[in-house]
Design a protein around this ligand. Structure first.
Ligand code: ZN
Length: 289
């Protein structure tokens, strides 16, 4: 497939984790306006710190699109009380996403259940995946009537034990088929290039999600070689090995017209002044995505 034309600047969005070390939520909103970036994807902890209603007002006044809300999920637990706590917390996340006017709530589904010290309490990966399926199904009963789409984000398999046991786009698509057949976009997926770029079935599964109206968001960064920290060493677009333009071409061919959201967890970029990070994001988005 020939590389698509340059991406539409009006689709660029910033996931607030990218500048979490530099700025508070009000400062991030101001910076996005200053840089002409039209979308924002806030994290719950940053919103809680700034206040939900204050953040919602600032985002509304700035005219920003809330391209997703990060995040719900973590559906696995060792006992009924843990599962209930997860259910309640996820319902709060849906309520917050509604208050912010988010397009969807991201679900990072959880890995193996953990004990009270955070250590794995089980090796039953199949059981964990069952809890995830049940948890998403139950949350859908709450989110769908409220009008908040749920977006399953498959995470790279290196996170299967501790963060998410949904690890490929095929697995996420299968869950959508099982829990909400024909109901995209009430339940959909997020394509985060960091997590799925390596997948030999990626083009096919993007097309499958697109045909079912399930492509809810698209997350951008790059894969550095070597990657020194699996969580906090994501690369700036253009600095790694992901064929970003090709994957965007697959998204567009699948009918995706939503946001292109930069999400870079990086000890390196967290040390750079926020305005320089945003200027670099814009330049790389135009030239390397
Ligand atoms: Zn992501």
């Amino acid at each position: 497939m020939k590389p698509p034309s340059p991406p539409d600047p009006s689709l660029l969005s910033l996931n607030t984790a990218t500048v979490r070390a530099q700025w508070t939520m009000p400062q991030i909103v101001d910076a996005l306006v200053r840089h002409g970036i039209r979308g924002i994807a806030p994290w719950r902890d940053q919103v809680a710190q700034a206040g939900l209603m204050d953040t919602a007002r600032r985002i509304r006044d700035a005219g920003l699109a809330v391209t997703c809300y990060c995040r719900g999920g973590m559906f696995t637990a060792t006992d009924a009380a843990g599962l209930r706590a997860a259910r309640d917390d996820n319902r709060r996340a849906v309520d917050e996403a509604l208050a912010l006017g988010a397009r969807c709530l991201v679900l990072v589904v959880g890995g193996l259940p953990k004990d009270s010290k955070g250590a794995p309490a089980s090796r039953d990966l199949g059981g964990a995946r069952g809890m995830v399926r049940d948890g998403i199904g139950a949350l859908l009963d709450y989110a769908k009537p409220a009008g908040m789409p749920l977006a399953i984000e498959p995470l790279h398999p290196m996170f299967a034990a501790d963060r998410a046991c949904v690890n490929t786009l095929a697995q996420a698509n299968d869950l959508c088929d099982e829990l909400a057949p024909g109901e995209g976009p009430a339940l959909g997926v997020i394509v985060d290039v960091y997590h799925v770029w390596w997948d030999p079935c990626l083009e096919r599964e993007i097309a499958r999600a697109g045909a079912a109206q399930r492509l809810l968001d698209y997350h951008l960064c790059d894969w550095l070689v070597p990657t020194k920290d699996m969580l906090n060493d994501r690369g700036m677009m253009g600095d790694g090995v992901i064929e970003l333009a090709r994957i965007r071409g697959w998204m567009e061919a699948a009918g995706y017209r939503g946001a292109h959201e930069v999400e870079i967890f990086s000890e390196r970029w967290w040390k750079v002044p926020g305005d320089d990070v945003l200027a670099t994001c814009k330049a790389r988005y135009a030239g390397a995505c």
